[in-house]
Design a binder for this molecule. Sequence first.
Ligand code: PLP
Length: 459
Amino acid sequence: GDRTRGERSAAGPVIRPVTSPADGQRAYDLDRAHVFHSWSAQGSLNPFVMAGGLGSTIWDFDGNSYLDFSSQLVNTNIGHQHPAVVDAIKAQADILTTVAPAHANLARGEAASRILALAGPRFGKVFFTNGGADANENAIRLARLTTGRDKVLSTYRSYHGNTGSAIVATGDWRRIPNEYSRGHVHFFGPFAYRSEFWSDSPEQECERALIHLERVIQSEGPASIAALLLETIPGTAGVLVPPRGYLQGVRALADKYGIVLIFDEVMCGFGRTGNWFAFQGFAGDGEVTPDLITFAKGVNSGYVPTGGVIISESIANAFEDQVFAGGLTYSGHPLAMASIVGALDAMEAEGIVDNAASIGRDHLAPGLAALAAKHPLIGEVRGVGVFWALDLVSDPDTREPLSGAVVAQLKKELLARGLMPFVADNRIHVVPPCVVTAEEVAAALEMYDAAFTAVEADL
Ligand code: PLP
């Protein structure tokens, strides 16, 4: 209720709301008793109880606030409780709250046209989904139907979503093609810091990664390959910004062999890199545009579950006389669509994508480089915009990944100082909302510095 709502003072800072520790305990107890979680064994869970949030700050019921440098799974690009998005959802809720996918409604049409305007002239239509995983499911299906081929090539270091069995279990005609049980082939993308190609420069890494990919394509048989699916910047795998020219090289291979190129921008899209789409940031080395873009998260900052596939004009046209059997009941849900329009309006009006770019360039890049220079546990800093990772090592020379126990200690130290981190394997991902301010970044950098200092003292 009102007790957990944040406010901004005239000067801007979040006023810490009044909260009740008893409510927090109740939320925790109900969760532990009744909620079945993924990604952790049920018995070892100790979930953070979130009471509310505003902008880049979240808080619990005990009156502790935290800088949210996780963006809740790299999602809340516009920050928490942005009034334009909340109001758009409320206004839509007063009009219409459910529409079957086959019917049209205003919010959906507006959301699609706004997304297409940002993606560029190659694209013709948007197919809406409930999130990122089903965006990828449908992009793969589009590529298979368009090419008449089966195989999908994707990288080892990737995360594309957690679905894929439901359709195999389906018994009616929609199970055909039974697309999840066959045809997935993996390859190595470029990653100079931990190279699979024995390269010693980004240029060499790029060249060898492209040779490797072409050999995989040739070995699998180009005539069997429907799609090349890659995160433009692999996110969960460690913010692996590809070297210059790599994406252009992949585009050229897709063209050479008639393969549909899918960029998964679920995590890196809609402002996180300081561009509307991550691929737009690589245009300096020659324009590089995929055939399909999958998105979710940042499009509406997750205020209502949604996602989708942005479809090139030529692929969309191929379905003028062909049925695409891909819809879900909630695809293009009106509350989600209204929240997209509200979010994109506010992001444009407030220059939020430019903020991500300048925060990255002027504050995070130099600040994190200084942090790494001071702390030998940080082996490499990678990123762009508000999308960064610290690759942590026990030894900077061997680049041996830092042990889970030490990483867990760092997480504890960060929480104790008021920073909610995003931790994956041996890495801390520095992924605040795109609305983060220079002051908040400065405060966070101090917290990271102090946490590393504290952990190093114990080693
Ligand atoms: N693709 C990428 C690049 C992601 O990072 C994620 C989620 O983190 C997904 C797809 C899956 O999205 P969702 O969890 O909305 O299904």
